[in-house]
Ligand binder design. Structure first.
Ligand code: GLY
Length: 391
């Protein structure tokens, strides 16, 4: 258990260390883009090296987003040109409905295509992202008032939302802004309300997924897929809750979401191990041999930095400093230092760890993953500039 007193003794990353880590991450990305120029790495590395993968998973947007972040820092046109080539591939994917029967339109299209539109005015990016938002609307259940994550629409074994989906919602707010049509925002607001009402437990930990009754739309039960067990706190899910509540507040201004942010963030911090790199599930603590999930740490740091914009000075300082402590740990313990070591940016992530009591497929355990790399770069960018969100 991490007490606040113990947590506050952990050093914060300095401006020099942040700048150095950002510079290194951008340099590595400038090398890695040669391997993944108009193509994509898979979701996770094997022995710390990614191989090329088709644009068919939920994760390809992170690599393009990493290119945009690195481009913002370096102004290197190779990064921009590669990202724009990838945007064309995202447009092709959504126009041809290639593996788009799921809710992860935001993860795919915000850091890639919304970013392209915001940074360069790319019309292909805008068109692709609006089509992705339209596609996501098709997964909304009027009765249950939520977006169904996976599987055949309405099937009882998949009639559920998952906490990760909070980060798919910004795509819908953006789509309402650019089209002037409120339908996207309206559904996002209803989904967020349903998720927030059901997915946070009384002890401030979170369920990964939550089922609803197909007949009545009423809440049924929380169940895990990627956590250790139904009642545990999957650390990345908790991190999606942190960033998700911060963006929900930024879009909706509902004070309740600040309170939820505090609850889920304080739980996250209290369950960090001594070195501040989270275990993949908070069932495990200092001394355990279970793998870590560095991606949970950097996602949580981004959420804390986002919410700090909206808090009073004292609270903003607490959560900004918390993010800086977590980033110090991840830079010191997980950052890739050379292209011989890895073609990613952040070591020690865990995509999915199979246990007897969860339902995921084992993969990417103690490896880099593309969202870990992306949010690592986003957090460093947030610490060095007044960054305008792709979300
Ligand atoms: N959104 C899926 C995951 O975090 O693994």
């Amino acid at each position: 258990m991490m007490t606040r007193e113990k947590f506050e003794k952990y050093p914060m990353i300095s401006p020099e260390e942040t700048e150095q880590a950002l510079k290194k991450a951008v340099e590595l990305t400038e090398v890695n883009v040669k391997e993944f120029y108009d193509c994509f790495p898979g979701a996770n590395s094997e022995n710390n090296f990614y191989s090329e993968f088709e644009n068919t998973d939920w994760t390809e947007g992170f690599w393009t987003g990493e290119l945009w972040l690195a481009y913002e820092k370096s102004q290197n046109d190779v990064l921009k040109d590669a990202a724009l080539k990838q945007v064309d591939k995202f447009l092709y994917r959504i126009e041809n409905h290639i593996k788009t029967d799921h809710h992860d339109m935001g993860f795919l299209y915000s850091p890639s295509c919304v970013a392209a539109y915001k940074l360069t005015g790319s019309e292909a990016g805008k068109k692709a992202a609006v089509l992705a938002a339209d596609n996501l609307l098709g997964r909304f259940h009027e009765k249950g008032e939520f977006f169904q994550a996976w599987g055949e629409m309405g099937a009882p074994d998949n009639y559920r939302l998952i906490i990760d989906c909070l980060m798919n919602m910004p795509l819908l707010f953006w789509a309402s802004e650019v089209t002037g049509d409120a339908k996207y925002r309206e559904k996002a607001e209803r989904h967020i309300k349903t998720a927030m009402k059901n997915i946070i437990r009384p002890d401030n930990s979170t369920y990964h997924t939550y089922f609803f009754d197909t007949e009545t739309g009423m809440p049924k039960k929380g169940v895990t897929c990627q956590g250790n067990r139904d009642g545990s706190a999957w650390s990345r899910g908790q991190a999606w809750g942190i960033y998700g509540s911060a963006v929900a507040y930024s879009k909706l201004g509902n004070a309740e979401y600040i309170d939820i942010f505090r609850r889920v963030t304080d739980y996250f911090i209290e369950h960090l191990p001594d070195d501040l790199v989270p275990y993949w599930d908070f069932d495990f603590d200092t001394g355990s041999d279970e793998p870590r999930d560095s991606s949970a740490g950097v996602i949580a740091a981004c959420g804390m930095l986002e919410m700090s914009k909206y808090l009073d000075d004292a609270e903003a300082e607490y959560y900004t400093n918390a993010a800086m402590r977590i980033m110090k740990a991840h830079v010191d313990l997980c950052a890739v230092q050379s292209t011989e070591q890895s073609n990613g940016l952040l070591l020690h992530g865990t995509y999915a760890r199979k246990t007897p009591t969860n339902t995921c497929t084992n993969g990417g355990v103690d490896e880099c993953n593309t969202w870990g790399d992306y949010f690592y770069l986003e957090a460093l960018t947030r610490l060095t500039t007044d960054w305008k969100l792709y979300w």
